[in-house]
Design a protein around this ligand. Structure first.
Ligand SMILES: CC(C)(COP(=O)(O)OP(=O)(O)OC[C@H]1O[C@@H](n2cnc3c(N)ncnc32)[C@H](O)[C@@H]1OP(=O)(O)O)[C@@H](O)C(=O)NCCC(=O)NCCS
Length: 144
């Protein structure tokens, strides 16, 4: 059983450490400025028995939302937690009258692409050389 809720302040440093380890986001000030101080972003923690096992960062604008980042701690992967967390987040977004959400994912990130497809996202476009290493991004979309 997992829970998803607005990230508790005590867990912020853990999220920044994950971002640092997996996505090379090394600048603490930039993270705070971009995601914490900007009211358009929300960070959700994914908790199992009150232990932070992952997170999802989203951007919200009127009736649209975009997933900016998502991660499940390696130890807890392949247990359906990422899938369940996205379904729970979908309910939260529906309550906020969000009508559609999107995301960009590395074309090589098969685990994430399969997860998003399982949740119902469709790949709608490919963005060439989108990432620093010139890798393409898939743009995925789901109507809520
Ligand atoms: C992508 C990620 C969030 C998946 O989380 P997870 O909790 O392990 O995913 P789930 O167990 O809920 O898996 C749901 C579905 O996703 C797909 N999936 C997940 N991991 C997979 C893998 N390693 N290989 C292939 N498919 C995978 C499967 O379709 C799976 O359904 P199934 O179990 O019925 O086969 C996790 O691997 C992760 O944190 N990766 C590193 C960070 C990352 O890439 N984030 C996404 C950036 S956009």
């Amino acid at each position: 059983m997992i829970d998803i809720k607005v990230l508790e302040n005590k867990d912020l440093l853990d999220v920044i450490a994950y971002e640092n380890e997996y996505f090379n986001i090394t600048n603490y000030e930039m993270f705070i400025e971009t995601y914490v101080e900007n009211p358009l972003f929300e960070i959700y923690g994914i908790y199992k028995y009150n232990i932070l096992i992952g997170y999802i960062i989203i951007w919200l604008d009127e009736d649209k939302s975009q997933i900016y980042s998502m991660l499940i701690n390696e130890k807890y992967r392949r247990n359906g937690y990422g899938f369940k967390a996205l379904l729970k987040l979908e309910n939260i977004l529906s309550d906020k009258h969000i009508k559609e959400w999107t995301l960009e994912v590395r074309a090589s990130n098969n685990a994430a692409i399969q997860l998003y497809k399982k949740v119902g996202f469709k790949s709608v476009a490919e963005r060439k050389n989108y990432y620093k290493n010139n890798e393409n991004a898939l743009l995925m979309y789901k109507k809520l």
